[in-house]
Each structure stands twice: as structure tokens, then as C-alpha cells.
Design a protein. Structure first.
Length: 344
């Protein structure tokens, strides 16, 4: 249609999130209300979604996620944004029920056909997840914004929070890193067609293993890796669980094109903001290069599930990933100690 969506946005995908330190400062100024006992998960550990218990067998998972374009193609933008929003339901161990669309568009810049393609892409991914977009809300704004309110169900005893990790747990990462780097290259006109195809394949793959992982007792904590990067979201698990973590950089799954690009100096501004927010809690190995730091702080859009599970549950967890077409990696372990991340 001749319109490049990324020209309208100052950031893209989960890279346009507020920096972790800024968000923490804002939330610290917000008084916490008295919480009802039915609210199983709220804002206390920066988890992926709220969870509210309905009865002995059911709890509602509620989340919302939206952002500015990470790609130029409108339908691809809609698909990526919808998959990213639904990921938070899966990350809590839930099964999506339905979604509501959140739409903000510059009506003086984008024709209705383009906006329709964005919404159509989102509906396509929701159909893939077995749900419908049942409504939503739209406004006229200066930057294109699209996302979903996503609602799901989970058994109250199977909710997977980000604060339940135990010392000795093995860390599993469901998708390779590098989406933010690819998006930065795309905006600079430096991303080859093969890189774009890989970016689209990764960001539109639904994190469906989360639903099955909820039924494994040995899975102690789970989250998805998004705008704060692998290091940021793993540190949230560390803080919530009162533990430290160690990861093996050589074991990290990386998108090959992203690894090449970051070594050529391509990265996002959000990566630098992430490091400024939590870098003092990350111990890099002697001689670590800047590109390695950029990869562990790279903002992921619709990134992979990060799972902390008992050693005896690893093979079953890996089997659930494989059953849904994923190639997960064992990247490290949780350890006793003050919350921090060691990279070896």
C-alpha cells in the first residue's frame, strides 16, 4: 500500500516500553490499595498478568499489551501485536478466552484500508489461538498503536507466577534472542529478506506451551521475555523469588542474523535504557564485549517463555515445548544468594 508504518513511531514493539527504572519510580509513587483475597496475582512482583479467582476450579487471567509499529506491513504489525498480548496469558499458565482490541491511529495519515489490515492481522492470530476479538476501543492519535486486552482461564492451583523459583531450578528459554536488533536494522533499511522472515516467524509464534506447563508441578516460575530483555525479566524472577541466577552465554539461543548485526553495531536505544536501569545487578564475565551485553538487554517483542523448573521436570517441560513446535534451550540455573544475574 506504499505506507511504511515505522516512519510514524519513535520506537517499535516492546522497545517502546518505559525503562524499568522509570516504571519502578512511577509505581513507587502509586499507593497500593487493600487487595481482596481472590486477587491471586496483582502488581506486587511485576508479573505478566493479573489473576482473580472465581471459584475452586477457575481463575481469570487478565492482561493488556499494545505498542507502536515494529514492522511496516500493516497485517504483520497486527499479527505481531496480537501474539505479544496473548503471550502474557500463556506465561501465567492460562488458556485464552477472548480478546478486546485497543486501537489508536492517526486518521489523517493512515487510510481505513491500512487500519483494517492491522485489525485483520490481529484477528488472524486470535483465530489461531482459538479465540475471537469480541470488541474494543479506538481513538485518533499521532502514532499508530495497536494491541489487545486478553482474558484467559487457569486453575487457581496451576497459576505460574514469576516469584516461585527455587534454588537449583534449571532455566529454559523458549525462543531465540535478537528481535529488537532485527527491528532496529529494519528501520535503518539494513535487514535482509531472510532476517525479516525469521523475525516474523518468531514474533507470531504463540507461546502455547505455557498452558501445558501449568500442569507440571516441577515448573516453579514462568514469565515471557519482552521489553526489558532476558536480563531484565530474569532479574524480576530473582527479586520475586529471593534468589540469584547464572546463565551460560554460549548456551543462549540467538537469531543468527541478529548476532551478526549486533556485532556490526546495530542495536536499539531501549537496550541502553535497560542496562542503565539494572546493569549494576548483572555480573558479566571478564573480557565480555559490548555486543554480548546488547543481546541480553535486547528488548524482545513476543519473546519466548522463560521457565524455572526442577531438574526432574526438565525433560517433561522440553517435551511440551517440542510438541508445540519450539526448540527451547537450557540456559542456566537459579541459585541461593542476593538477587542478581551472573553471566558466564
Amino acid at each position: 500500500m506504499g505506507i511504511k508504518l515505522t516512519q510514524f513511531s519513535h520506537g517499535g514493539g516492546c522497545g517502546c516500553k518505559m525503562a524499568p527504572a522509570v516504571l519502578a519510580e512511577i509505581l513507587a509513587r502509586t499507593p497500593l490499595p487493600t487487595l481482596p483475597p481472590e486477587l491471586l496475582v496483582g502488581t506486587e512482583t511485576s508479573d505478566d498478568a493479573a489473576v482473580y479467582q472465581l471459584n475452586a476450579e477457575q481463575a481469570i487471567v487478565a492482561t493488556t499489551d499494545f505498542f507502536t509499529p515494529i514492522v511496516d506491513d500493516p497485517r504483520d504489525f497486527g499479527r505481531i501485536a496480537a501474539a505479544n498480548a496473548l503471550s502474557d496469558v500463556y506465561a501465567m499458565g492460562g488458556r485464552p478466552l477472548f480478546a478486546l482490541a485497543l486501537v489508536g491511529m492517526p486518521l489523517d495519515k493512515l487510510p481505513p484500508a491500512v487500519i483494517g489490515e492491522i485489525l485483520g492481522g490481529g484477528a488472524e492470530i486470535c483465530a489461531k489461538a482459538g479465540i475471537v476479538v469480541a470488541g474494543g476501543h479506538s481513538i485518533d492519535v499521532q502514532e499508530p498503536i495497536y494491541g489487545l486486552v486478553a482474558l484467559g482461564l487457569v486453575h487457581p492451583r496451576q497459576v505460574k507466577k514469576n516469584n516461585g523459583a527455587r534454588a537449583g531450578d534449571i532455566l529454559i528459554l523458549g525462543k531465540p534472542l535478537g528481535i529488537g536488533i532485527l527491528s532496529a536494522a529494519l528501520k535503518k533499511g539494513l535487514l535482509p529478506a531472510s532476517g525479516y522472515a525469521e523475525m516474523l516467524a518468531q514474533t507470531t509464534q504463540l507461546n502455547t506451551p505455557g498452558t501445558a506447563l501449568a500442569g507440571i508441578d516441577g515448573v516453579h516460575a514462568m514469565t515471557d521475555v519482552t521489553g526489558f530483555g532476558l536480563a531484565g525479566h530474569l532479574l524480576e524472577i530473582c527479586r520475586g523469588s529471593g534468589l540469584s541466577a547464572e546463565i551460560d552465554f554460549a548456551a543462549l539461543p540467538l537469531i543468527a542474523e541478529a548476532e551478526r548485526l549486533v556485532q556490526e553495531g546495530i542495536s536499539t536505544g531501549a537496550s541502553a535504557r535497560n542496562w542503565a536501569s539494572y546493569g549494576e545487578q548483572v555480573l558479566l564475565p571478564p573480557g565480555a564485549e559490548e555486543w554480548q551485553q546488547k543481546l541480553i538487554t535486547d528488548p524482545q517483542t513476543s519473546g519466548g517463555l522463560l521457565v524455572a523448573c526442577a531438574p526432574g521436570a526438565v525433560q517433561r517441560a522440553l517435551a511440551e515445548f517440542a510438541r508445540e513446535g519450539f526448540s527451547p534451550a537450557l540456559i542456566g540455573r537459579m541459585e541461593d544468594g542476593a538477587p542478581r544475574l551472573k553471566v558466564s
